[in-house]
Ligand binder design. Structure first.
Ligand code: CO
Length: 183
């Protein structure tokens, strides 16, 4: 199965994605695992050297490969070199903190080629409910900081929202009170 990452000019990135019905089809499961493999490869410098069009990413949502279904994958290594892996179907945020957070470097997206500078405010702590295709069970993910930011970025994709929609237009670097800044 080959897929292409669509850019932010694509309609699929501006549409609300549909929930996945259970049992999950083999096709959907395969797509999700393929997306995860793509992310892992994208973090391998040797792979990027060979495939010049591939950019490094930590998250990917199905609409980014042109499929408007509520599915996403996340893969990164934490500061303690711990692997964080999620392959989620129908994720929903069921709890969130009032405290905000944002990346000091701003956010990026594999579907966005243009540079959009500014802080993207996110909730510092969230609880996400979903079905995890790797664990093969319903999961409750308690995430904070960087992991919470990525989850919110990817869930936004399922609702047709892009990170730059959330940047303050008149003052992109407006400090947010009591927010946890991540450097
Ligand atoms: Co994105």
């Amino acid at each position: 199965m080959k897929f292409k990452i669509v850019k932010d000019t694509s309609l699929s990135l501006r549409s609300k994605s549909k929930p996945v019905t259970f049992p999950i089809s083999e096709k959907d499961e395969k797509l999700l695992l393929k997306m995860l493999e793509y992310l892992k490869n994208s973090q391998n410098p040797a792979f990027r050297e060979k495939h010049k069009d591939v950019r490094e990413g930590v998250g990917l949502a199905a609409p980014q490969v042109g499929v408007n279904k509520r599915m996403l994958v996340i893969y990164f290594k934490s500061e303690e070199e711990k692997e964080v892996v999620h392959a989620l179907v129908n994720p929903s945020i069921i709890e969130n903190s009032l405290q905000k957070t944002y990346l000091l470097s701003g956010e990026g997206c594999l579907s966005v080629d243009d540079f959009h500078e500014g802080y993207v405010p996110r909730d510092y702590k969230i609880v996400v409910k979903a079905y995890d295709v790797i664990k093969k069970e319903d999961v409750m993910i308690k995430a904070s900081g960087y992991e919470a930011i990525i989850l919110q970025h990817e869930i936004d994709h399922l609702n047709g929202i892009l990170y730059y929609d959330r940047i303050n237009k008149s003052n992109p670097f407006l400090k947010i009170a009591n927010a946890v800044e991540i450097g």
